[in-house]
Design a protein around this ligand. Structure first.
Ligand code: PCD
Ligand SMILES: [Cu+]
Length: 806
């Protein structure tokens, strides 16, 4: 060996594999404005469609007159429910087993609901056409408050369901009831409460909000009459699912549907579902024979496509005097809006909300969820929520603080006392999950030491005394949050969408020169998959990440996958990638054995190739093996080097984290300052620490937005009052706090590379940390729970109600 021979460290570094802070390859195009988004798709002769929307939240549609609209220059067609009925598409199935109007059929059920679709030569003409469509409405009483939805005299919203006493998830108790879902042992839990030395009860609401990605939902549909083929470019987080759904509802053969999700400007769950815009653009293209583009504007996005949360959680904890939890009882009233269009795996009407026991060893628990209809937009699973895990984490983390307050215990100490212990993993929760791995005590203690939690509590006590003496008008809050996430939907035993198991996939094809292309069933919307997926392959097969091209989002080339949401890509596709790479390596080993003239078992893997055991100079690099795969494979072996893997995970993964928010609030103005925010995340094996940090920063910023002001609010008449960025809080760099990140590593025992998801964690853990900080600040004035969002006005109002301001 000469001096030029690279060291093992240099060879490893050259791969830029797992653990490397590899720079994001996609950013080369994004930072130069060279991304290719749906709105960049411009096809010859392309038309534009736009919606007439209802100003009323609840009304009968008496008549739609399009005669004047059709006279507008450039307007070619006005599509209504009547048009759609001719092709059986006036209603579409939702992922939650309900049906949803594509265009208003006799009635509208929420403000801004789609009523008619105007198709024109350009967007402006379409807009002019919209203004000329005359719709005659007969307003009906709106139902806004979910708590009144099951009143005896509540208006009937869904006339199409008249007389139906069962829905997709069992019996319905009322004409506005969707489902009741119960989990856990009711008797045992009731008994625990009877015996309880201490208990708390609080109605904890997680308000309605919206993911509002930078790029709104949009598509271009192009129907080729001659070939009978439909090509759909769209902002799809799950392109294959869209292809299957379109095939099923439009009765087009699946091979004749090409779904392409190009670059996506943020998804956050907003782009999982199927929207009327997609159906209308497809029908318009079939009718006109021209490509049709549909692009939502911001107000449409905020008010009509997939809201998030709107969970009202009556929460009770039973405990002993010294702070050991003995039971948890939760009732949720879930406001699903006008149609149940929640994008959960089929069997889970309330998603994975039954992770609500959190990080604590509850001997027993019982949960009941009632889903109800109101005159609001449909949706329900979006915005970094992992299928209602954000709601569950908020519920339990707020409740633990309330219990700590009642017991006069420190909230961090109460948590430490009740954590599931490291030796209890795999841990079976009272509500039915098997937590794969965790070390909660270590994470919590690291958070407490790094932030000097004890000193902060001391400072708080001093400030409270000073406040009492009238020396300051500022109060200080410490928001502790310790969350357990459940991501990686999911095992076919309990997760499917429309009957398709929630596996994911990867196909790797190596080229002769030691480069390759890898395709997955997932679809990045900004997460950086092009960077990280190549890193997994680099480590697994010893080819530099730079030599692996990652391609997602084209259903013609990618293997079938269920898409990217619920932080499932790393737990599911990440595993498929490792498994496909291992198949490549297994074949490579046979080729290397043949070339080095030894038995396969005499070879050992060494960073970027195979070495003959005990003969270090006999080595064949993976690059050379790629070449050999195309010219000298062992007799009887097929040439080439490619592999595909479909991975059905044996379990979910359970990332966790310890967060602390330090906040100061001025009681006279309600103005708060986030002095410090510390976030420790454990997502098992870390693929790209820089990307993880970016994910955490992004998720915390969204958590900050939600907890401190962001809200989709309806007034009593069913009017959305926060339907634009004038009113919907969108934090910029000015408002956003500074984030301190940290980590521990507890690998997932069942995942091939030990990785868990991380993308949703900061939102799951962040919201309770902010809300607990506000509540902790006010608690010494006698409050137990202040509802989110905690904007200045509400903080001031709380201070006033608590007698802190005159
Ligand atoms: N351990 C680990 C984990 C992870 N990672 C990384 O990180 C990321 C993420 O991941 P995940 O967790 O697995 O996830 P995904 O699946 O991929 O994704 C999803 C998520 O993601 C997040 N993030 C983000 N970012 C961006 N940029 N954009 C967007 O849109 C978004 N979104 C959001 C959401 S909302 Mo949902 O949908 O609601 O359900 S869900 C979600 C990627 O890249 C990966 O690779 C690493 O590195 N490592
Ligand atoms: Cu989610």
């Amino acid at each position: 060996m000469n001096d030029m021979t690279p060291t093992r460290e240099q060879r490893t570094a050259a791969l830029e594999g797992m653990g490397c802070k590899r720079k994001r390859v996609e950013d080369i195009r994004f930072t130069q404005g060279k991304g290719n988004y749906v709105d960049d798709v411009k096809l010859p002769g392309m038309l534009h469609g736009d919606f007439v929307r209802s100003p009323h939240p609840h009304a009968r549609v008496k008549k739609i007159d399009d005669s004047e609209a059709l006279k507008v220059p450039g307007v070619l067609a006005v599509i209504t429910a009547e048009t759609l009925k001719t092709v059986n598409l006036a209603w579409m199935p939702t992922l939650a087993g309900d049906v949803q109007m594509v265009l208003a059929d006799g009635k509208v059920l929420f403000q801004n609901q789609e009523v008619a679709f105007v198709v024109a030569t350009d967007r402006y003409a379409a807009d002019d056409g919209i203004n000329k469509v005359v719709v005659e409405y007969e307003p009906l009483p709106p139902l806004v408050d979910p708590f009144k939805s099951m009143d005896a005299d509540a208006p009937v919203l869904r006339e199409d369901l008249a007389g139906k006493t069962t829905g997709a998830h069992g019996p319905r108790k009322h004409h506005n009831h969707i489902f009741e879902w119960t989990v856990g042992d009711k008797e045992l839990t009731d008994a625990a409460f009877k015996k309880a030395e201490v208990s708390i009860k609080e109605m904890i609401s997680y308000h309605r909000t919206h993911p509002s990605p930078l790029e709104t939902c949009q598509c271009v549909c192009s129907f080729d009459k001659i070939k009978g083929e439909l090509t759909i470019y769209g902002t799809f987080q799950a392109p294959h699912v869209i292809r299957t759904v379109v095939s099923l509802i439009a009765k087009l053969p699946e091979q004749k549907i090409h779904v392409i999700a190009p670059d996506i400007g943020g998804g956050f769950g907003n782009k999982v579902g199927a929207y009327p815009g997609y159906i209308c653009a497809a029908v318009a293209s079939i009718v006109t024979g021209k490509p049709v583009k549909w692009v939502e504007d911001r107000i449409e996005n905020l008010t009509a496509t997939s809201f998030a949360r709107d969970y009202h959680m009556t929460t009770e904890i039973a405990a002993t005097k010294d702070g050991k939890v003995t039971g948890l009882r939760v009732h949720v009233l879930a406001d699903h809006g006008a149609f149940d269009a929640c994008a959960d795996p089929s069997k889970w009407p309330a998603g994975f909300f039954n992770i609500v026991t959190g990080s604590y060893d509850f001997p027993t628990a019982h949960l009941a969820v009632d889903g109800v209809y109101t005159n609001k937009a449909p949706g329900g699973v979006a915005y970094r929520c992992s299928f209602r895990v954000t709601e569950a984490a908020y519920c339990i983390e707020r409740a633990m603080d309330i219990l700590a307050q009642k017991l006069n215990m420190d909230p961090a100490e109460l948590r430490l006392k009740n954590f599931i212990k490291p030796e209890q993993f795999p841990y079976h929760s009272a509500l039915g999950w098997e937590y794969d791995s965790g070390d909660y005590h270590t994470a919590m203690r690291k958070m407490m030491e790094t932030t000097d939690y004890a000193a902060l509590r001391k400072e708080q006590a001093e400030k409270r005394a000073a406040f009492a003496r009238g020396e300051t008008r500022e109060i200080m809050g410490l928001g502790v949050s310790f969350f357990t996430e459940i991501v990686g939907a999911g095992p076919s035993k309990n997760c499917d969408i429309l009957g398709i198991s929630m596996f994911d996939s990867c196909e790797i094809r190596m080229h002769p020169t030691g480069a390759g292309i890898a395709r997955m069933g997932t679809k990045s919307q900004g997460q950086g998959h092009e960077t990280t997926w190549a890193q997994i392959i680099a480590t697994e097969i010893g080819i530099p990440a730079d030599n692996i091209m990652v391609e997602e989002g084209n259903t013609d080339t990618a293997p079938y996958g269920l898409g990217t949401y619920g932080s499932r890509s790393t737990p599911v596709a990440g595993a498929a990638i490792a498994m496909a790479a291992r198949k490549i390596r297994a074949k490579a080993q046979m080729i290397a054995a043949y070339k080095l003239e030894v038995h396969e078992d005499d070879l050992e893997w060494d960073i970027d190739g195979f070495r003959v055991k005990g003969l270090p100079e006999k080595f064949m690099s993976m690059k050379d093996i790629c070449w050999a795969a195309y010219n000298s494979v062992p007799p009887g072996m097929e040439p080439g080097l490619e592999a595909v893997s479909y991975y059905d995970p044996p379990n979910m993964t359970y990332p966790f984290g310890a967060y602390l928010c330090v906040m100061d609030i001025d009681v006279d103005t309600g103005v708060y300052k986030v002095r410090r925010f510390y976030a420790l995340d454990d997502c098992g094996t870390r693929i790209n620490p820089m990307i993880i940090e970016g994910q955490v920063h992004g998720g915390l910023t969204e958590a900050f937005a939600i907890a401190m002001g962001q809200e989709i609010r309806y007034d009593d008449t069913g009017n959305v009052v926060t339907g634009s960025f004038m009113d919907f809080f969108m934090p910029t760099a000015v408002e956003t706090p500074h984030w301190e990140t940290d980590f521990t590593v507890t690998p997932s025992p069942h995942h091939p590379i030990g990785a868990k998801g991380v993308g949703e964690s900061p939102n799951v853990g962040g919201v309770p940390a902010f809300s607990n900080a506000v509540n902790d600040a006010f608690s010494f004035l006698g409050s137990t729970h202040i509802q989110m969002p905690h904007d200045y006005w509400r903080n001031w109002k709380a201070a006033k109600q608590l007698g802190a301001v005159a």
